[in-house]
Design a protein around this ligand. Structure first.
Ligand code: GDP
Length: 424
C-alpha cells in the first residue's frame, strides 16, 4: 500500500512530524521531489532534527529511505546529514538513491545566488540552494544524472559542453569567474565516490516492494500553493509538490497511491514572497510567530522568520482538492490555545465580489480576506489523546474547518512529538 504525505498550504505544515509518525508502520519512505531548500523538523527520542534531504523515516531501524528520481540531489548535503544523525546516536539508516536522480552542482547554487543578486529587489526570495537552476537544467536536458557518474567517456565530453554554455552566462550576464571543465570533472568524481554505495534502480526496487505488499510512504516537500502549475506562480518552487507527482518522482504506477494524507496547518504560515491573503502584521503576527510551531515560526533551513496569518479556508480547500486528499491531518492546533477569539478566512473579496474559489495570481494579489470569528478555547490541549476530551470550542474549530475544506480531518496534531496525535 502506498500513501503520500503532502502539504495543503505553503509548506511547513508539519509533514515531517506526520511522516515520522506514520513511518512506524512503513517499510519504505520515499522523497520524490524538491531538494535541500526546505526542511522538516522532527522531534523524537534521539532529539530534535532538521532534515533537508533525508526522508523523515530515517530514525527507525526497520525502514528503507529512498531518494527518488524526482529529487534535486545535493550529494554533499545528503552526506553531511547522514553523518550528523549517526553522530547523534541514530543507527545508520538504510538509504537508496535513484540512479535516475539528477544532481545539484555547485554552479547551480552559484547561479541561484547570482540571479537573486541580479534581480535585487525583484527577487523571488530563493533559499539559494540551487533548486531553480537545477530544475531548469534538468528540463533543458543539460543536467547530470547519477547514472552518468559511472561513464567516464560521457563525463569527459559533457563537462566541456556544460562549461561552454555556463561560461557565457557567467561572463556576460553575471560578470563572474568562469568554471573550468577540470574542476567540474573533479566535483563529479567526488560525488561518484560519495554516492556509489547507495545507487539503485529504485523504481524497480519499489515495483517489487509494491508486489510484496510493503507499506510505502511518499513524503512531499512544501505544499500545494508552491506547486509550479497549481500554486501562486511565479512565487512557487521548481518541482511539483503534488501527490500525483509522487508517482513520477518515485517511479511507481499512479494507481498505487491509495491514500493521500494532506497535512493542513491550523493557522497559516509562509516563507518567501507572494500573495498571502490572511496574513497578519504587527503585534498580532509577532505573537503568533513566537508561539507557533515548536519554538517559533522560523524556517528550518534558512532561519528566516515565517509570515503568519489566520487559517485560510479558501486556500486550504483548494490545496486539499488539488492534492486529491483522502485524509486531512490538521496540525499545530495547540498553538492557538492562547486566543480569546480566532478569526478564520472563509472567503476572498476580489473587486467587490466574494468567492470561495482560489484564483490565479493576479486576482489573488487583489483579494481581501472575509473573516469569520470563532470562540477560542483558552487552554493547553497538549497531552489530550481522545477527540471527545478536547474543549468544545476546539472541536467546533476543527469541525468548522472540516466542513469548509470538504475533506475529512482524520488526525489532529496537538504537539510536535510523535505521540501528540488524536485519531478521529
Ligand atoms: P514540514 O516541512 O511540513 O515538515 O514542517 P516543518 O518541520 O518546517 O514545520 C513544522 C514545525 O511545527 C516543526 O517545528 C514541528 O516540530 C512543529 N510541529 C509539527 N506538528 C506540531 C503540532 O501539532 N504542534 C506544535 N506545537 N508543533 C508542531
Amino acid at each position: 500500500m502506498v500513501k503520500a504525505v503532502v502539504g495543503a498550504n505553503w509548506g511547513d505544515e508539519g509533514k515531517g512530524k506526520i511522516t515520522d509518525m506514520l513511518a512506524k508502520e512503513a517499510d519504505i519512505i520515499v522523497r520524490f521531489q524538491g531538494g535541500a531548500n526546505a526542511g522538516h523538523t522532527i522531534v523524537n527520542d534521539y532529539g530534535k532534527f532538521a532534515l533537508h534531504t533525508l526522508p523523515s523515516g530515517v530514525f527507525y531501524g526497520h525502514t528503507t529511505s529512498i531518494i527518488g528520481n524526482g529529487v534535486a540531489l545535493n550529494i554533499p548535503v545528503l552526506f553531511r546529514e547522514i553523518q550528523s544523525i549517526v553522530e547523534r546516536g541514530v543507527p545508520k539508516p538504510k538509504i537508496l538513491v535513484s540512479d535516475r536522480a539528477q544532481m545539484v552542482m555547485s554552479y547551480h547554487i552559484r547561479f541561484d545566488e547570482y540571479e537573486e543578486e541580479r534581480l535585487a529587489g525583484k527577487s523571488f526570495g530563493s533559499t539559494k540552494s540551487g533548486i531553480a537552476p537545477f530544475y531548469s537544467d534538468k528540463y533543458a536536458k543539460v543536467g547530470f544524472q547519477v547514472s552518468e557518474l559511472f561513464d567516464e567517456e560521457l563525463l569527459a565530453e559533457k563537462v566541456v559542453r556544460i562549461c561552454d554554455q555556463k561560461n557565457v552566462l557567467l561572463k556576460h550576464l553575471y560578470h563572474k569567474p568562469p568554471i573550468q571543465p577540470e574542476e567540474l570533472l573533479e566535483e563529479l568524481h567526488a560525488y561518484r565516490d560519495m554516492v556509489v554505495p547507495y545507487v539503485c534502480d529504485t523504481s524497480a526496487y519499489l515495483y517489487e516492494a509494491i508486489k510484496a505488499g510493503k507499506n510505502i510512504l511518499l513524503e512531499g516537500q512544501l505544499g500545494s500553493l508552491k506547486d509550479p502549475d497549481h500554486g501562486i506562480y511565479p512565487m512557487v518552487t521548481s518541482s511539483s509538490t503534488l501527490a500525483a507527482y509522487g508517482a513520477i518522482g518515485a517511479g511507481i504506477p499512479p494507481y498505487e497511491i491509495r491514500k493521500v494524507i494532506t497535512v493542513c496547518k491550523a493557522y497559516s504560515s509562509a516563507v518567501g514572497a507572494g500573495a498571502f491573503v490572511s496574513e497578519l502584521f504587527g503585534d498580532e503576527a509577532e505573537e503568533l510567530r513566537r508561539r507557533g510551531g515548536d519554538g517559533g515560526e522560523y524556517g528550518a533551513t534558512t532561519g528566516r522568520p515565517r509570515r503568519v496569518g489566520w487559517f485560510d479556508c479558501v486556500a486550504s480547500r483548494y490545496g486539499c482538492r488539488i492534492q486529491g486528499t483522502t485524509d486531512v491531518a490538521f496540525t499545530v492546533l495547540d498553538v492557538l490555545g492562547y486566543l480569546d477569539e480566532i478569526p478564520v478566512c472563509v472567503g476572498y473579496e476580489i473587486d467587490g465580489e466574494i468567492t470561495t474559489e482560489f484564483p490565479t495570481t493576479a486576482k489573488l494579489e487583489k483579494a481581501k480576506p472575509v473573516l469569520e470569528t470563532l470562540p477560542g478555547w483558552k487552554c493547553d490541549i497538549r497531552g489530550i489523546r481522545n477527540y471527545q476530551e478536547l474543549p468544545e470550542n476546539c472541536r467546533r474549530y476543527i469541525e468548522f474547518v472540516e466542513e469548509r475544506l470538504g475533506f475529512p480531518i482524520t488526525m489532529v496534531s496537538n504537539g510536535p512529538g510523535r505521540e501528540d496525535i488524536i485519531y478521529r
